[in-house]
Ligand binder design. Structure first.
Ligand SMILES: [Zn+2]
Length: 282
């Protein structure tokens, strides 16, 4: 097996849930997020809810969202991870594209609301795109850590961050994202690789953010067959589904093509696209 093959396998696994890059750093606080106001369900006691409206779980762990309510209407949330690791600056400088402006433009043309989980390093590399996404009401930006290092180990070969760095990662990413001028920043966090444990959730609870996983893996990471990605999404989506995809050209080159197929087909089936913050309301 060649080195590249091994690397591809490792990264491919990592990208299952988030996309295979790594990164790291600190930032600002989510609390003041210019997120859409009032997601908080009126049924929950305000004092016990996070800004995202989900009450902390037992033992002080942050809530984990994997999909909408069981009785959800025909709504589906497409989420796109904007991965870039702290050590990938030289690759970007050499011409590698960790962004995917064409995909964002496509979502705009199709009028598909979406949630972008952005690493702080990505926001630093592409500040104008981060600001553009974060000031467009069609989108909202969640936190995908600063560095894209794993919060637990093993995690698909991602480097693991030190335990004492975790809180700084969340804050540094929010800071980097806000520094671009992005305003639609929501208190949601997606773990790099989707890997976490109770300690990670305790840290998130302290940061007052909700962990957002998924129930449908698009398989777009390093995919070369857009139809296969589209089929996987179309086969997996149910009312209230939360789909994980990527908006990173170098790591997910066919995502735009897949979205072009998925969106009209799901609409034909009666689905409406929503952001994660709207998904929670069913
Ligand atoms: Zn990721």
């Amino acid at each position: 097996m060649t080195t590249m093959t091994v690397l591809g396998a490792v990264l491919g696994g990592a990208l299952v849930g988030c996309a295979g890059t790594s990164g790291d750093a600190p930032g600002d606080r989510p609390a003041a997020a210019s997120t859409t106001p009032s997601r908080a369900p009126s049924s929950a006691p305000p004092a016990a809810t996070t800004p995202s409206g989900i009450a902390p779980g037992p033992t002080g762990l942050a809530p984990v969202l994997t999909r909408g309510p069981k009785n959800a209407a025909k709504v589906v949330a497409l989420t796109f991870d904007a991965d870039m690791t702290a050590d990938e600056g030289p690759r970007a400088a050499a011409g590698e594209h960790f962004d995917n402006p064409e995909l964002i433009a496509l979502l705009r043309r199709l009028k598909v609301p979406a949630t972008v989980f952005m690493t702080g390093r990505w926001a630093e590399e592409y500040p104008s795109q981060a600001r553009s996404i974060g000031t467009d009401p069609l989108f909202e930006i969640g936190n995908h850590s600063y560095s894209h290092y794993a919060f637990t180990s093993p995690c698909y070969g991602l480097p693991t961050m030190k335990k004492d760095a975790i809180r700084g990662e969340v804050e540094r990413a929010f800071g980097a994202i806000r520094k671009t001028g992005a305003r639609n920043v929501v208190p949601y966090f997606r773990f790099p690789g989707g890997c976490y444990d109770d300690a990670s959730l305790r840290t998130l609870a302290a940061e007052k953010v909700t962990a957002v996983q998924w129930d449908v893996v698009s398989g777009d990471a390093f995919a070369t067959d857009a139809d296969a990605v589209a089929e996987q999404v179309l086969d997996g989506v149910k009312p209230g589904s939360l789909v994980v995809m990527h908006c990173t050209r170098s790591a997910a080159p066919v995502t735009g093509q897949a979205v072009s197929r998925v969106v009209p087909e799901l609409r034909r089936r009666g689905y409406r696209f929503v952001k994660v913050s709207d998904l929670k309301r069913g």
